[in-house]
Design a protein around this ligand. Structure first.
Ligand code: FES
Length: 82
């Protein structure tokens, strides 16, 4: 059986991701490594991949500060980086 694909929107661009993959993986697949900025304006992106560092935060379906490494991609999901 082939892997199912879900479609989501990242910063206004439609993209596809394997079902069961994290939003962080989809973001990296889309070439996005800088998801937000620190208070000093330094670029930040996924670091730990396990929910501890909080560096992978994005907005998901209008909810800010979601840890993208802890959320699975879903059909119709809208993801926005800073
Ligand atoms: S990569 Fe560290 S919390 Fe997501």
């Amino acid at each position: 059986m082939g892997k199912s694909v879900v479609r989501l929107t990242i910063d206004g661009r439609e993209t596809a991701a394997a079902q069961g993959s994290t939003v962080a993986a989809a973001l990296l697949n889309a070439g996005l490594t800088e998801l937000r900025q620190s208070v000093n304006g330094e670029p930040r992106g996924p670091l730990c991949g396990m929910g501890i560092c909080f560096e992978c935060r994005v907005s998901i379906d209008g909810r800010a500060h979601q840890k993208s490494c802890q959320v699975l991609c879903a059909d119709g999901m809208v993801v926005t980086t800073e």
